[in-house]
Design a protein around this ligand. Structure first.
Ligand code: RBV
Length: 466
């Protein structure tokens, strides 16, 4: 690891630009000032494009807060600082620049890797965290409210360093490699990871067509990821985002959750806990059945449209809420999305129905329809939990990011051992889940029972009956 990447807190020259904490209303612009900082990647010195480098100190405070709540990742960091198993490895990452992600980036640094990073959503970067990472010498290209061209420009810049590994959340980095930088595969890139459900779906469809150029671990599919992050992380952070953007009372409201998968069921659980009456919409019979047995109403979106007060999509599918649904909604209905992409709410159709639109408070836009009815769209239809709040809590990201970190160690270990992994979407081993869960429980001071030899013999003996 180079000295400049190691030293934290070393001040660099600042670019004078506007501060934009996550709840600010940011004007989109192609001539984003952050671009002034662009340069050529070198391992000696990180290159960065951030909103305001002067926010670094407050970013460091946020990262310290996350570190104090991520014991699994912190224990791995401590161990890897001694052995440096990622020495000489370059990792390009495309994942929400949050305080938790910063802890993951520091873990890679501690293990000896050189890292280059971009955000994976135009509205999810925490500018203070981004500034802190930049000042610590990480190559980082991320600011809240970037334009879509700047978003892809940032991803491409992380490839300037010719990475060995890619880390994705939503598949935009891997898609960019496959579409524009395929020549890096083999000579440099030999593996990757994917954080989220939507990204894993995309990868599986790419792999099914034989078009995946390198092996990718589906971190999302690890039990210690999907069964916690997707459910409890999404549940809490989505409500956090809705509340920060609106301050409405949830008790007594009809809360429509589109999609009762892991994320949707987590949102439903928390909304019900706040006193809302939950309505789930589904296409999958078993998921709908589960929703109804968990005490929620099940309807089609056509039925729910005129009943709901708050709508939240969590499907990974486009056009879940569209023209005819907006037309049926009540005055004052609130609409948001917590899926990875902003395709779930058809905003163009909402805009076409509206006679006016204005931002009335951070992340809350009012559309007045031709007849005078008002509909409120949160966070431009992007994932409300990261755009309007801070994403999932550190405690749950601890496990997701321990999985990410260990998946990268695994890829490097295989490479060193001369093992060629297939160009497929790979599952992480169950032992990794058990390891992570064990360390997590230990950090919480919780103990497990152990089977006695007699009990062990009993469960392995098929002849026992009544
Ligand atoms: N996510 N990251 C955070 N605080 O860093 N919060 C949510 C954070 C991830 C989560 O793992 C999910 O799979 C993905 O964001 C969706 O883009």
């Amino acid at each position: 690891m180079k000295e400049t990447q190691k030293k934290r807190g070393k001040a660099k020259k600042s670019t004078a630009v506007v501060a934009s904490p996550n709840n600010a209303i940011v004007k989109r612009s192609a001539s984003i000032p952050a671009r002034q900082e662009k340069g050529k990647f070198s391992e000696e010195k990180g290159v960065y494009c951030v909103r305001n480098i002067a926010l670094a100190e407050s970013g460091r405070e946020l990262i310290a807060w996350a570190e104090s709540r991520m014991p699994v990742l912190m224990s791995l960091r401590k161990e890897m600082r001694k052995t440096k198993p990622l020495k000489g490895i370059r990792i390009a990452g495309c994942l929400h620049v949050t305080k938790e992600t910063a802890v993951l980036i520091r873990a890679f640094q501690d293990a000896g890797a050189i890292v280059s990073w971009s955000g994976c959503n135009p509205l999810s970067t925490n500018d203070a965290v981004s500034a802190a990472l930049a000042e610590d010498g990480i190559s980082i290209y991320a600011w809240y409210g970037c334009s879509v061209p700047d978003f892809y420009w940032s991803i491409e810049r992380t490839l300037d360093m010719k990475p060995h590994l890619t880390l994705d959340d939503g598949c935009d980095l891997i898609n960019t490699v496959h579409e524009k930088y395929a020549d890096l595969v083999g000579e440099y890139i030999f593996g990757g990871t994917e954080e989220t459900t939507t990204g894993v779906h995309r990868l599986r469809s790419r792999a099914a067509q034989g078009k995946l150029l390198y092996p990718v671990y589906a971190v999302n599919d690890a039990e210690t990821k999907w069964d916690f992050d997707n459910v409890y992380g999404t549940g809490q952070s989505t409500l956090d985002g809705i509340i920060r953007a609106t301050s409405v009372m949830l008790a007594g409201k009809n809360f429509v959750v589109a999609g009762y998968g892991h994320c949707g069921s987590g949102v439903a659980k928390r909304a019900a806990g706040m006193g809302a009456s939950v309505i789930a919409t589904e296409i999958k019979p078993t998921a709908a059945l589960k929703a109804t047995l968990e005490g929620h109403r099940v309807m089609t979106m056509d039925e729910a449209a005129s009943v709901g007060d708050i709508f939240c999509t969590a499907t990974g599918v486009k056009d879940i809420i569209r023209k005819r649904h907006f037309e049926a909604m009540k005055d004052g209905a609130i609409v948001c999305n917590t899926g990875h992409y902003d395709a779930e709410i058809n905003i163009n159709e909402l805009a076409a129905l509206a006679k006016s639109r204005r931002t009335i408070r951070p992340n809350c836009e009012e559309f007045v329809l031709k007849g005078g009815k008002r509909i409120y769209l949160l966070a431009e239809g992007r994932l409300v939990n990261l755009a309007a709040a801070e994403g999932h809590p550190s405690e749950v990201m601890d496990m997701s990011f321990a999985n990410q970190f260990m998946a990268h160690l695994r890829l490097v270990q295989a490479k060193k051992q001369g093992i060629t992994l297939p160009n497929e979407v790979l599952d992480l081993p169950v032992e990794q889940d058990q390891f992570i869960a064990t360390v997590k429980l230990k950090s919480m001071g919780l103990n497990l029972d152990e089977l006695t030899p007699d009990q062990l013999a009993y469960i392995n003996d098929y002849s026992h009956g009544t």
